[in-house]
Design a protein around this ligand. Structure first.
Ligand code: HEC
Ligand code: HEC
Ligand code: HEC
Ligand code: HEC
Length: 143
């Protein structure tokens, strides 16, 4: 290959690396906007409505209260790193120590809300309908 060819290839690679960096970086900041949690690739037939989640309302917590990636039993995920979907690891059914996705969400969200409530601190909802708004015609369940 001639010199010109090499320069062209080097430039293309540099641009691709910059693009990948920019994308990765953009994905690792805490989202300011509400997310809609609706994991339809794991829950093929959803029983409940999607759940809204606000990062800013949970700002007082640490990222690692919710985000993790385990290596030898330790959480090695650090702020700034890419965040995978919970459903990338937690599936419809439990696999070994990895609890199923529905339990993963309920254990994380509801247990913490209960803990704050027990400590008489401002907390989030524990009733089904507060997270899963009833679908039209559905009778809301209490707890
Ligand atoms: C603090 C919020 C919260 C509360 C309270 C809560 N859930 Fe959920 N639930 C979630 C989240 C988040 C998911 C994950 C949804 C997804 O990934 O699509 C979920 C998933 C589910 C799913 C599996 C997905 C589906 O729609 O089939 C079911 C069933 C469910 N919840 C039922 C309930 C019931 C019944 C209650 C009350 C006993 C309840 N949830 C209370 C947050 C909550
Ligand atoms: C109270 C729990 C909680 C806390 C605290 C939290 N997150 Fe999240 N975060 C979530 C949930 C739930 C999702 C959605 C996961 C999914 O869709 O599978 C999410 C998604 C994300 C995403 C992906 C957004 C997207 O659009 O795909 C990023 C990036 C992220 N969080 C960064 C952070 C950072 C940085 C912090 C700390 C400053 C943080 N989070 C704190 C629960 C939390
Ligand atoms: C990279 C894969 C991965 C991702 C992404 C992930 N988890 Fe996990 N999670 C695990 C593994 C592995 C364990 C088991 C850790 C152990 O006990 O050794 C676990 C454990 C848990 C537990 C503790 C199990 C229990 O109830 O005792 C909860 C709750 C949980 N995850 C919720 C979540 C939620 C909610 C999300 C998204 C915000 C999430 N996880 C994202 C891999 C993951
Ligand atoms: C580690 C603790 C913790 C976890 C995990 C957690 N929350 Fe919360 N949540 C809180 C606290 C504390 C508040 C009260 C914040 C405030 O108003 O100061 C709250 C508030 C809320 C509110 C009410 C905010 C509003 O709009 O008024 C909702 C809804 C909520 N959480 C949903 C969720 C969902 C869904 C999840 C799981 C994906 C989750 N939370 C996980 C601690 C937690």
């Amino acid at each position: 290959m001639n010199r010109r060819g090499k320069v062209v290839i080097a430039s293309v690679l540099a641009i691709a690396a910059l693009a990948a960096f920019t994308l990765a970086h953009a994905a690792t900041k805490m989202p300011e906007q509400d997310l809609v949690i609706n994991t339809t690739d794991v829950f093929k037939e959803k029983k409940k409505a999607p759940v809204n989640f606000s990062h800013p309302k949970h700002k007082a917590l640490k990222c690692i209260d919710c985000h993790h990636e385990y290596k030898d039993g330790k959480n090695v995920w650090q702020e700034g790193q890419e965040v995978k979907k919970c459903g990338a690891c937690h599936k419809f059914e439990a696999q070994d120590k990895i609890v199923k996705l529905e339990k993963a969400y309920h254990d994380q969200c509801i247990n913490c809300h209960k803990k704050f409530k027990a400590e008489k601190k401002t907390t989030g909802p524990t009733a089904c309908a507060k997270c899963h708004p009833p679908k039209p015609g559905e009778k809301p369940e209490k707890e």
